[in-house]
Ligand binder design. Structure first.
Ligand SMILES: Nc1ncnc2c1ncn2[C@@H]1O[C@H](COP(=O)(O)OP(=O)(O)OP(=O)(O)O)[C@@H](O)[C@H]1O
Length: 281
């Protein structure tokens, strides 16, 4: 599988504040890749650099074979971009706006099919400014994919989605990646979303990629130690260990049978993630 995005040693400073301190990333074509990280980690900064909207301080970046700092119109036409907030176009009709934008591309999605795919067919005649927050995000996604981009950037696309809309949206992205070979780079705060949606996820923390991998690799990499608790000498004892089954087996041997009050508590993926990015759990 060929590479869609390649980033080596990416650095970015705003004045004296260094936000990215050597980010390395490799995203394959046709992959759904999520960039996860706490507020202010630099996710939007990274994505803006890849989109060609922001000039990096240092490092090598290649997006669909081109340095975004030397972008051409032909290169931009291969990208779909969904920003965090769009406040324009309020007076346009939903369908009207999609039809208008589709006119800029050689092989756009059919506007009617696209509206159905993002679940906005009932709002087709409505003014953009009257959409709810979640509907607005769906429209943003439709606008991002109308030109059948090779690579779609989505900055926190599911903020404001209800669970059903989120599910529909995940299915839509999975279909576009599988059927059209579209590559997707999506930022999110939501570990569960990343786990469900992405082929691979990178966690950005402290200006670098802390962990990168498939959901299973990620779960293993961020796994914090488990807690083993039992009763001994009339008091609760607590042990923290990466191998709770070994600890339970040793306790069982020591007690010569069942361990009083034995409890094993494995951290959730979310707790492990918070531990990894240095937050108190
Ligand atoms: N134009 C700018 N000028 C100065 N500082 C900036 C600018 N844009 C972002 N920053 C700072 O860079 C850091 C990273 O911001 P960025 O928006 O990339 O993070 P993020 O991971 O996308 O955060 P969030 O999850 O809150 O959207 C923050 O501390 C932010 O205040």
């Amino acid at each position: 599988m060929s590479t869609a995005v390649s980033v080596r040693g990416l650095r970015m400073s705003y004045g004296a504040a260094e936000v990215l301190r050597g980010v390395d990333l490799e995203i394959r074509r046709g992959e759904i890749f999520t960039l996860l990280g706490p507020n202010g980690a630099g996710k939007t900064t990274t994505i803006e650099i890849l989109e060609g909207f922001r000039k990096r301080s240092a490092g090598e970046v290649s997006v669909l074979g081109t340095d975004p700092g030397k972008a051409t119109d032909a290169w931009r036409a291969k990208l779909g971009i969904v920003l965090q907030n769009w406040r324009d176009h309020a007076r346009w009709g939903v369908r009207e706006l999609i039809v208008h934008l589709s006119g800029f591309y050689d092989d756009p999605h059919d506007p009617g099919e696209l509206l159905a795919a993002v679940g906005l067919d009932e709002q087709a005649g409505q003014q953009v400014g009257r959409l709810s927050g979640g509907q607005r995000r769906r429209l943003d996604v439709a606008l991002g994919i109308v030109g059948r981009p090779e690579l779609l950037f989505l900055d926190e696309p599911t903020t404001g989605f209800d669970p059903e809309a989120r599910n529909d949206f995940h299915r839509l992205l999975a279909r576009l990646a599988a059927d059209d070979g579209m590559t997707v780079l999506l930022t999110t705060h939501d570990l569960v979303e990343a786990e469900k949606l992405a082929h691979r996820t990178a966690i950005l923390s402290g200006g670098r990629i802390a962990v990168c991998g498939t959901p299973a690799e990620l779960a293993q990499a961020v796994q914090a130690p488990s807690q083993v608790r039992w009763l001994e000498d009339g008091r609760e004892q607590v042990m923290t260990t990466p191998d709770p089954s070994q600890a339970a087996w040793e306790l069982h041997r020591r007690f010569g049978g069942p361990v009083p009050g034995l409890e094993i508590r494995r951290p959730s993926l979310e707790e492990s993630y918070l531990g990894l990015i240095g937050r108190n759990v």
